[in-house]
Ligand binder design. Structure first.
Ligand SMILES: Nc1ncnc2c1ncn2[C@@H]1O[C@H](COP(=O)(O)OP(=O)(O)O)[C@@H](O)[C@H]1O
Ligand SMILES: [Mg+2]
Length: 138
């Protein structure tokens, strides 16, 4: 079993700001919080670990995958749950679920089937074409 995260001297220099300064850390399974003041470098660390931005130097692995070469493999096995709802109000649940399924790699036809199944499963079959921000029918 790989640790969730292992970094060795991970550094991110934006030029004007040194956001990560040779961070070496290992995070094992379980709940871990990443806490710091605004500008501390939390988002930079997450983006670097997901392979979305390159580190200036240092190395890291997420679930055994090298961040420098395996960003897509890392992002395929990492989920994200926002603290607050951030659903587009003018988009239907159906279109949104199809979009997210396609973002996860399903082809359009499979994504439509999966979205319909999932929305039925959570009791939204009837309302799946209503814009998410619209008032539900009484
Ligand atoms: N794209 C960028 N270009 C230049 N500086 C950046 C960029 N992104 C973040 N920074 C700077 O890097 C530091 C860390 O930012 P960030 O990782 O967003 O911190 P946090 O998420 O902990 O608030 C801050 O000083 C921020 O201004
Ligand atoms: Mg942040």
């Amino acid at each position: 079993m790989h640790p969730v995260v292992v970094t060795e001297g991970i550094t991110k220099d934006y030029g004007s700001v040194l956001a990560l300064d040779a961070l070496t850390v290992q995070i094992d399974a379980g709940v871990t919080g990443l806490v710091g003041a605004n500008g501390a470098g939390k988002s930079t660390l997450i983006k670097t670990l997901l392979g979305l931005i390159p580190a200036t130097s240092g190395r890291a692995r997420v679930l055994g995958h090298d961040i420098a070469t395996a960003g897509p493999a890392i992002r395929a096995v990492v989920g994200y749950l926002p603290e607050h709802d951030c659903l587009p109000p003018d988009v239907s649940a159906s279109d949104f679920a199809v979009h997210m399924a396609m973002m996860s790699g399903l082809r359009r036809v499979a994504a439509r089937e999966r979205a319909a199944d999932v929305l039925r499963h959570v009791g939204l079959a009837e309302e799946r074409y209503r814009p998410m921000g619209a008032t539900p029918p009484a």
